[in-house]
Write a protein that binds this ligand. Sequence first.
Ligand code: SAM
Length: 260
Amino acid sequence: MNNFKHKKSLGQNFLKDETILNNIVNAVDLQKNDLVIEIGPGQGALTKKIQEKKVNLICYEIDERTKPYLEKIKESKTNIIYEDILQADIYGDIQDYKYENLYVIANLPYYITTPIIKKIIDSNLNVKTMLLMVQKEVAERFCAKSGSKNYGSLTIYLNYFYEIEKLFDVPRTCFNPAPNVDSAVVKFQKRDNKFKVLNEDNFFNLVKNAFRQKRKNLKNNLENYDLNKINDILNNYNLSLKNRAEEIPIEVFVTISNNL
Ligand code: SAM
């Protein structure tokens, strides 16, 4: 394609499969008065597909060596910010835009997948949908249901804010260079929070503590809480303190947290 030297340390595996690129941007109904944030445009493969939808687009790219490629495809509705997404003031950057819905679309640099998603959640941006290419195992963790070994405090944290669905797998051969792992595209759809948590800090602390030592049961991990009260609630769901956190659905954690 060109003599660009891909940096493994920056997760630079560029997408080269046209069908996959089209399937990503067509997984949401983008309209021209929407705003899209793209993280890590690289040489612009996905950027060009997003531009075809005529939306407003802000891209964050850490590697200025991509500038010659990105400046070539830049157009009036596209703004490219050469900055580390984890340092960026995303909230400030989107203030001047008037838009209907906000989307995040990215073939993510895998070494910072979770920090990026957490940053977007913490930045209070009101993102409607995120379409994210992530490592396949990570996609499975994001979508895991209680009772599965992939279900953990991160699953609960993310599923509290978003309804998460794996859309399709992407084999390593669709990238240049091919990564050592397979990938999947995941759709995060913002929830109008159905969980009715009374105190989010208490809820997330309860979940974090419940998963503190993965092999231990709730009785051990939650020893500093009112265990009698927790046991009564668990019994209503045919569960007990002998269960481990990975067996407890989000709704049950919510009920426990709200009643403590
Ligand atoms: N979007 C392109 C594609 O699909 O072909 C490239 C995707 S590549 C998997 C990830 C991109 O994220 C690279 O261009 C890399 O330079 C960029 N990147 C890595 N770390 C970043 C960071 N902290 N902030 C912004 N961009 C970053």
